[in-house]
Design a binder for this molecule. Structure first.
Ligand SMILES: Cc1cc2nc3c(=O)[nH]c(=O)nc-3n(C[C@H](O)[C@H](O)[C@H](O)COP(=O)(O)OP(=O)(O)OC[C@H]3O[C@@H](n4cnc5c(N)ncnc54)[C@H](O)[C@@H]3O)c2cc1C
Ligand SMILES: *[C@@H]1O[C@H](CO)[C@@H](O)[C@H](O)[C@H]1NC(C)=O
Ligand SMILES: *[C@@H]1O[C@H](CO)[C@@H](O)[C@H](O)[C@H]1NC(C)=O
Ligand SMILES: *[C@@H]1O[C@H](CO)[C@@H](O)[C@H](O)[C@H]1NC(C)=O
Ligand SMILES: *[C@@H]1O[C@H](CO)[C@@H](O)[C@H](O)[C@H]1NC(C)=O
Ligand SMILES: *[C@@H]1O[C@H](CO)[C@@H](O)[C@H](O)[C@H]1NC(C)=O
Ligand SMILES: *[C@@H]1O[C@H](CO)[C@@H](O)[C@H](O)[C@H]1NC(C)=O
Ligand SMILES: *[C@@H]1O[C@H](CO)[C@@H](O)[C@H](O)[C@H]1NC(C)=O
Ligand SMILES: *[C@@H]1O[C@H](CO)[C@@H](O)[C@H](O)[C@H]1NC(C)=O
Ligand SMILES: *[C@@H]1O[C@H](CO)[C@@H](O)[C@H](O)[C@H]1NC(C)=O
Length: 630
């Protein structure tokens, strides 16, 4: 998203110097360990997208039980967070970790960006609020195996939670007609959850042209993209408040309005280091979680403090940080723990493995006869910028209501290429072990072989997208169905430092072949009658790239491993398939311990991930409440 993001960042800089309003003094906000109780009923590690959602539901369900959320970042009232825009996140609100050298991407390293603020990634994301296809979620139940689909790990099982998590406000008739917005209330919406979803009252006129260009390539427009049919040209809402046209996120939807509950404490500026474990008294578990050890992150006081829990510890630190909490507690792959001199409490080979994200790249076209105004005009034309700023301030309409965009072409492999059967045959001929890291445990390999089975079906399906082409973001493409798998493990030299992140993008050689099909289509798109009216001239990669081999070379040089969607590092599934959590999101072998964040997704769905994280968190909250009542 590089170019778009940089431009958008410039807008925000022009728009407003971010103001840091003074921090609210709710009854429950805590900044020092001395302000806490010594024990709580529930402790949640991470006050991000999933953690705040679960905390809201638990504090409501059990008024007489206490809940502590421990969050690394701060509670920040910065108007720039509320202003819709697809900006590069302010580094003050994000972890920025340097990845390992990526062997499939010419040994380049990349910045791993995830939220570090109350609200987590939902405070800094581009508000693109879509869902995957039904087949993407049905595959979760299939790869996890017996008992998981029955427990609701499928599209049908998750749809009620997608609906519950969100309040969708339909566009007015005028706005819907102006932009051709379509939706289907029954198929996708109708809930009253804390997260607000809208179609903004503005789109650039060029958006329609690119949508039509995809239609001319034979890609049909869907009426509703969020009803399990996220393929074709689709509309999707922004996570945004209809009244104020500002960002709706975990903090506004699940914290601000419930912050004064007397059973709710939020500790900011502190990291959960590891778990307090006790030998299990009975049952199948070997250990029981009895609390957490935490530390202030400002470095002024290195003391590690223990806070105990009577009911459960809930891990919600995200796919990049939850594995470290488990591994530092002695729960994880034996070799990783051994290298860091951490005694093994429980060998759980899947922790930190199975890492997935959506690799992305951009081509560049000079649209020599582009329609005015467009995104660029905003930066070239001060008058337009001023007008847009006034319009947003006065009327909550106009270009500043747009964040990352609301439409995209989501293409199955069959739409993209006549080579799809050849690629699927090559996949069928692959031995699953060949391309994973050579330290991969046999159970993780077993899980991966089930994923490849599901992947053959997903790549063959006409109803599951393999590439996303966001509309309104230039010639950008994200790869939704990667075969390569990475790892997120603690640093053996310093286990409390940031983790070692290896995306391992393109380490399965079929991925770059798939991606080649995914990028070549731009040359067909930009020769459709609609797109031609914009006078496109390809600047990057340009005429020198013609053969598949040339495309592959270019891709290894230009692809970024992340579309900001890290998942999979504490996957749903049985231990025999490398899973970390069972069907109720309980960590295998450890009582009173669950994971509720993006890490539990066993296969990355073909969508931006926030709405799926909210749905999973809603389901998790239901499971925890049900157990708490028994
Ligand atoms: C820049 C960016 C753009 C994105 N754009 C979109 C988009 O447009 N649409 C979309 O749907 N998705 C988008 N995403 C992805 C989406 O927002 C995430 O998948 C989702 O929010 C993750 O939720 P989570 O609960 O798993 O983790 P998070 O929301 O990251 O929450 C984890 C929290 O845990 C805290 N934490 C970490 N370690 C510790 C510790 N040891 N102790 C205590 N606290 C800790 C973190 O500070 C954070 O607040 C984007 C993400 C980013 C980073
Ligand atoms: C901080 O933001 C919240 C939510 O927008 C608002 O309710 C609160 O009044 C703000 N507090 C301060 C001190 O500005
Ligand atoms: C990447 O690094 C490895 C190990 O150092 C080396 O063998 C390989 O040739 C490098 N690849 C490229 C494309 O430079
Ligand atoms: C929290 O604030 C709301 C709105 O101001 C109020 O109705 C409610 O009684 C308060 N709850 C507590 C527990 O103080
Ligand atoms: C550090 O924190 C611990 C626990 O709260 C406290 O006992 C100690 O006095 C603190 N040290 C300093 C120097 O503030
Ligand atoms: C894009 O096209 C315009 C109009 O032909 C031209 O003036 C401009 O120099 C081109 N820009 C680039 C980067 O090629
Ligand atoms: C700049 O924007 C204003 C307001 O929309 C418009 O009237 C004007 O024609 C634009 N100028 C140029 C050079 O495009
Ligand atoms: C706000 O809306 C009103 C009514 O449509 C309109 O007259 C006015 O020009 C708008 N303000 C701006 C700054 O666009
Ligand atoms: C597939 O082949 C047909 C017939 O040769 C051709 O018309 C079509 O454009 C091709 N499709 C793709 C995606 O290359
Ligand atoms: C794994 O591969 C690395 C690098 O190729 C090698 O150094 C190491 O010995 C291998 N480990 C095993 C267990 O085969």
């Amino acid at each position: 998203m590089a170019r778009l993001l940089l431009l958008a960042q410039a807008t925000v800089a022009l728009l407003s110097t971010p103001t840091l309003a003074h921090i609210p003094r709710g009854v429950n906000i805590k900044r020092h360990i001395t302000e806490l109780e010594s024990h709580y009923d529930y402790i949640i590690a991470g006050g991000g997208t999933s953690g705040l959602t679960v905390a809201d539901r638990l504090t409501a369900a059990f008024p007489s039980r206490s809940v502590l959320v421990v969050e690394y970042g701060q509670l920040v009232n910065d108007t720039a967070i509320l202003q819709p825009a697809a900006t590069v996140p302010n580094p003050r609100y994000a972890f920025q970790i340097l990845s390992q050298k990526e062997p499939g991407l010419n040994n380049r390293s990349f910045t791993v960006t995830v939220g570090k603020i109350v609200g987590g990634c939902s405070a800094i994301n581009a508000q693109m609020f879509d869902r995957g296809s039904a087949a993407d979620y049905d595959a979760w139940g299939d790869v996890a195996g017996e008992g998981y689909r029955e427990a609701g790990w499928s599209w049908a099982g998750l749809l009620p939670y997608f609906k519950k998590s969100t309040t969708f406000t339909p566009p007015t008739k005028d706005v819907a007609e102006k932009y051709d917005y379509t939706y289907d209330m029954d198929a996708a919406w109708g809930g009253d959850g804390g997260i607000q979803a809208v179609y903004p009252p503005f789109q650039w006129p060029g958006e329609k042209i690119i949508r039509h260009a995809w239609n001319e390539l034979g890609v049909p427009t869907q009426k509703e993209g969020s009803g399990g049919d996220a393929f074709g040209v689709i509309w999707f809402p922004s996570s945004q408040d209809a009244q104020t046209q500002t960002r709706s996120y975990a903090r506004t939807g699940h914290y601000d309005n419930v912050a004064n509950r007397s059973n709710y404490h939020l500790l900011v500026g502190h990291a959960v280091n590891d778990l307090v474990l006790a030998e299990a008294s009975s049952g199948e578990e070997q250990w029981e979680a009895r609390g957490v050890r935490i530390q202030a992150v400002d470095g002024k006081n290195a003391s590690v403090i223990t806070i105990t829990s009577d009911q459960e510890v809930i891990l919600a630190a995200g796919a990049v940080h939850t594995p470290g909490i488990l591994q530092r507690s002695g729960i994880g792959p034996k070799d990783v723990l051994g290298a860091a001199n951490i005694p093994v409490r429980l060998e759980l080979p899947g922790v930190g493995q199975n890492f997935q994200d959506h690799a992305m790249t951009n081509l560049f076209y000079n649209l020599t006869t582009n329609i005015e105004p467009n995104q660029m005009s905003l930066f070239m034309n001060r008058t337009l910028m001023e007008q847009a700023r006034r319009e947003y301030a006065q009327n909550k309409t106009g270009p500043f209501t747009l964040s990352g965009g609301n439409s995209g072409a989501f293409l199955p492999l069959s739409t993209l290429s006549n080579n799809s059967q050849a690629i699927i045959n090559a996949l069928k001929a692959q031995s699953p072990s060949s391309y994973l890291s050579n330290t991969t445990h046999p159970t993780v390999l077993e899980g991966y072989s089930h994923q490849l089975e599901a992947m053959k079906d997903l790549l063959s399906s006409n109803e599951a997208a393999v590439f996303e082409y966001p509309i309104g973001a230039g010639a950008m493409v994200a790869f939704l169905k990667p075969l390569s798998r990475g790892t997120v493990n603690i640093n053996p030299a310093n286990p409390t430092a940031e983790p070692l992140v290896s995306y391992r993008t393109f380490t399965n050689p079929l991925d770059v072949k798939l991606y080649t099909e995914g990028v070549k289509i731009f040359r067909r798109l930009y020769t459709t009658p609609s797109a031609k009216t914009l006078g496109p001239v390809e600047l990057t990669p340009g005429a020198a790239v013609q053969t598949d081999a040339e495309w592959e070379t270019w891709l290894k040089r230009s692809v970024s491993p992340s579309f900001y969607h890290p998942v999979g590092t504490t996957a749903l599934g049985p231990k025999s398939r490398g899973g970390v959590v069972g069907p109720e999101l309980k960590v295998h072998g450890v009582g009173n311990l669950r994971v509720v964040d993006a890490g539990i997704m066993p296969l990355i769905p073909g969508t931006h991930t926030s709405s799926t994280v909210y749905a999973v968190a809603e389901k998790a909250a239901d499971l925890i409440v049900k157990d708490g009542r028994d």
